[in-house]
Structure formats: C-alpha cells, structure tokens
Ligand binder design. Structure first.
Ligand code: DNO
Length: 357
C-alpha cells in the first residue's frame, strides 16, 4: 500500500503522517522540479529515497516520469528526449525503483472543470463538467486550474508548458489517434529493452477523462486500446497503471473485467483505486472511496484484484477535502487515509471469506 507524496517543500502532508496510516508501506514520489525531458540526477533521486526510507517507508514507485511533447509528436528531436528518459530509468533503477508510471496524453494531463466543488455534505472535491470543458478556451481553463490550485503547481500542468500552448496546439494540428499510437510504439520499442535490463516495470496511466478534449486525440481510454498498447511491445515490462476513477468515467469500461483481463496477463503493475459519481452525460464528481457514495463498486474492484492474486503496488487515488483541511487539490491527507483504510478493510474481508474464482 502506497501514498502519493509531493516532497517536503510542496506537500501539506508529511512523511510522518503517512507512515501512521495503518498498513502503509511506501510512498509514490517524483522529482517535480526537473523539467520534462531532462535526466533525473542520481544524487537527487538518492536524496529523495533517503528521506523516505528514514521514515520507514519505501520508494519503489515513481509517478510520473513525464514524456516530452516531442516524443508524443514524433519530432526528430524526440531522440534526445528518449535517450534522457533511458538514463533516468537507469538512475531510478540504481535507487531500487521498481515501477514507473507515465502517461501519453497530448499537452494536458488530467483535466477538471472545478478543483473544489462543494458537495452536499460540505466537503469539496474535484469535478468534471464536459459542457464547460468542451466550450472553454484551453488557455482559459489552464489559467483557472492554476488560479484555483492554491499555489501548488499541478503535476502535468507545468507553467513552462502552459506558456507555449498555442505553439503546441499548432504542432498537434494533424495528429490523430493512429499517429499517436505510432509514436507511442516508437517510444516503447526504445524504452522497454532498457526497462527489462534494469528491471523497471513501465505502467502507462489512462487518459483522464478517457475521451478527447480540445480536439486532441486520446488513446489510453478503453480495454481495446489498452490491449493494443500492451501488444505494441509484448513484454511484461510494458504494463499498466489501472486507474479505476479515470477509466470508470466512461460507463462502458467495466473495471473489474479489465482488472481480470489485464491482471491475468501480468500487466497491471500499479493500481489506482478511487470512486467517482457520474451524473448526466459526461459529468462526474470525485466522491469518497465508499461504493455507496459513487458509481463504481469498490468491493467488485477489490474482489477482482483478489481473484488475480494481485501482488503489485496500490494506492488510494484522489480524496475530497474534508474536516476543514486545505491543501493540494485531490491530495489531502484525511480522505485519502480513509480510502486506504476502506481498501484494506475490503481486502481483509475478501481474503478471509474468500475463495478465488
Ligand atoms: C492526477 C494523476 C495524474 C497522473 C498522471 C500519470 O492526479 O492521476 O496526474 O499522475 O497522469 O502520468
């Protein structure tokens, strides 16, 4: 069981608090200040590892080593960024990292229309309203996300990228899903041999939300495409971060079925477990983890992980802000800690009651 942590200078949650969450064994971290595309220096990685280890926690999962846009665009300059990526993987392996989560979303990472929507119980949560997102100018949405991020820089929404939005949109003008698949294949064919050699499992994160926004293609969206991705390079090192909340935003995605399917192939290396409440159309709020609060059945999800005898890393995903907590949107302490306890409770009950099917 792991918990995402943004580092001493950029998180309201401390390692000390994290290790007091029952059942917690590790932190999911990253070097957030290294510009996308540059090599992560070994001494910085070791420093982070030492900090985490000093609190009795492991640092075996990195989320994310982000992919430079030139790789997604398939530009000739991708070669340099791919070489840097390989070196980063080698450096991470020297620090004992086992899984690297990454995504392949053009320009934008996860997208929400409201970072603090007030829910009926007085808590607030991340929320997505497709009518707003599809109508707003991308730079306006980016400005609003930045403004509402409470002075935290949101991963995937790096200011240097947002400054170049127009240029990036022009570069993506002729990009479609097929070309993006080709560029992902090129990247994986370069990276996976290194991942194998250095024993680092690559775990692609689904697109959030799992459909096209602002006319940009998105391909990590459903079972068929995930299957295609793991077959681009047929290696167990080419695997998935199975994020229930991202994929679950599309009701056509049957999450327990996907867990069984990809899990039985040994391709799920990292499980993100969270719930969402889907409203009309493509609108949803991030609810608490509890099944009855959202649209996903967390019992069925954990049962599927049990059935595949899941041995990978898991973390609660985003949480609401509750009990007056303020902090990084989606990443407060309390609701995520409740999520951990609930996930662990489900697991214990399933384990003690259960027979695998
Ligand atoms: C948002 C996260 C994403 C995720 C990346 C993985 O909170 O789920 O930013 O870390 O997409 O590369």
């Amino acid at each position: 069981m792991t918990f995402r942590w943004f580092g001493n200078n950029d998180d309201t949650v401390t390692l000390d608090q994290i290790r007091q969450i029952p059942g917690m064994t590790g932190v999911v971290g990253a070097l957030f200040d290294i510009p996308v595309g540059e090599v992560w220096p070994i001494d910085r990685i070791m420093k982070l590892k030492d900090e985490v280890n000093a609190e009795g926690l492991e640092l075996e999962v990195i989320e994310s080593v982000n992919i430079h846009e030139d790789i997604k665009l398939g530009l000739p300059s991708r070669e340099r960024y791919i070489e840097n990526y390989k070196q980063t993987l080698i450096n991470l392996s020297k620090a004992g990292v086992k899984v690297v989560c990454y995504n392949f979303m053009p320009i934008f990472d996860w997208t929400r229309s409201d970072l603090a929507k007030k829910l009926p119980d007085g808590s607030n949560a991340l929320s997505y309203d497709d009518d707003i997102v599809q109508k707003i100018q991308p730079n306006k949405l980016a400005d609003e996300m930045e403004k509402n991020a409470r002075d935290f820089s949101l991963p995937g929404w790096e200011p240097e990228k947002l400054e170049r939005l127009q240029v990036l949109f022009d570069q993506y003008k002729d990009m479609d899903g097929e070309k993006l698949f080709e560029n992902l294949e090129y990247f994986l064919k370069e990276i996976i041999p290194i991942a194998e050699e250095y024993d680092i499992k690559m775990a692609i994160h689904p697109d959030d939300p799992p459909w096209s926004i602002f006319g940009l293609p998105r391909i990590v969206t459903n079972k068929e495409n995930l299957d295609r991705i793991i077959n681009l390079v047929d290696s167990s090192y080419n695997g998935l971060t199975l994020c229930s909340g991202c994929l679950g935003a599309d009701p056509k995605n049957d999450i327990p079925d996907m867990i069984r399917y990809f899990g039985s192939k040994g391709r799920i290396h990292f499980a993100h477990v969270r719930n969402i409440k889907i409203h009309e159309g493509r609108n949803f709020d991030e609810s608490s983890h509890l099944s009855s609060d959202g649209s996903l059945d967390l019992f069925e999800i954990m049962k599927a992980y049990y059935d595949i005898d899941f041995k990978g890393y898991i973390r609660p995903d985003h949480g609401r802000m509750i009990w007056g907590e303020t902090g990084r949107p989606g990443y407060g302490l309390y609701d995520r800690a409740l999520g951990v306890t609930y996930i662990n409770g489900l697991w214990e009950a399933i384990n003690k009651m259960g027979k695998r099917c």
